[in-house]
Design a protein around this ligand. Structure first.
Ligand code: 5RP
Length: 226
């Protein structure tokens, strides 16, 4: 049986094949954050000189890209990216996701929103029937922490402040266990609408376009319907 690390590597390698298809001197790739995204970044090193550059979804990924000599651009200077490649904490068959285990989901959502296609790379264990076993990360402006926590409790959740963690945007994260996520798009809108929430880790508007899920039997590719 392959290890989880080997499966993550396989998923990252499958995404690099898509980079091979879209690469070109004017092409900019959006890059996610996390251990699977790290493997993708390491593989991206072989495209040095064959891409115009990347946009990173975190300081951590930007530093890793730069260490490989891959240009990292400011999103404000970029109009178009054919793909954004990132991992997920959970993904369902509709390609809705929970993200933010690394606390980078706000920038991930922003960079992904500029890309034509979101390619999710993960080991097959991330595929779930219903989202919500993984506590939902919610990025919150610090002064709203307690008020938002109370409202998340009213929604049925058990929010816990992520200890000692400050996002790249200077905010805090509440990890919310116990939510019953029967309508993920509605819950995403509802939580994002609370004053003081920057963004929650539900990605449904839209979710991923393609998921490359590595299993012991090989890569399982799922595409968003429609
Ligand atoms: C970071 C994320 C990551 O994509 C998610 O946590 C998955 O990480 P990993 O690839 O390490 O399992 O959303 O904010």
């Amino acid at each position: 049986m392959p290890t989880q690390q080997e499966l993550k590597q396989q998923a990252a390698s499958a995404a690099l094949e898509i980079v091979e298809e879209v690469a070109g001197p004017d092409v900019i790739i959006g890059v996610g954050t996390g251990s699977t995204a790290d493997l993708f970044i390491d593989g991206l090193a072989r495209f040095r000189g064959r891409l115009r550059g990347t946009v990173a979804s975190s300081e951590r990924s930007a530093a890793r890209l730069a260490a490989h000599g891959i240009p990292v651009l400011d999103l404000n200077d970029v109009e178009r990216m054919p793909i954004y490649v990132d991992g997920a904490d959970e993904i369902d068959a509709r390609l809705h996701m929970i993200k933010g285990g690394g606390g980078a989901h706000t920038r991930e959502k922003i960079v992904a929103s500029v890309a034509d296609r979101f390619i999710c790379i993960a080991d097959g264990s991330k595929l779930v029937e219903r989202l919500g076993t993984f506590p939902l990360p919610v990025e919150v402006i610090p002064m709203a922490r307690a008020a938002i926590a109370r409202q998340l409790v009213a929604l049925g959740g058990r929010p816990v402040l992520r200890d000692g963690f400050i996002t790249d945007n200077g905010n805090v994260i509440l990890d919310v266990a116990g939510l019953s996520i029967t309508d993920a798009p509605a819950l995403e809108l509802r939580i994002n609408n609370l004053a003081g929430v920057v963004t929650c880790g539900l990605f449904t508007q839209p979710g991923a376009d393609v998921a490359l899920l590595a299993t012991a039997q090989g890569i399982r590719r799922l595409e968003r319907a429609g």
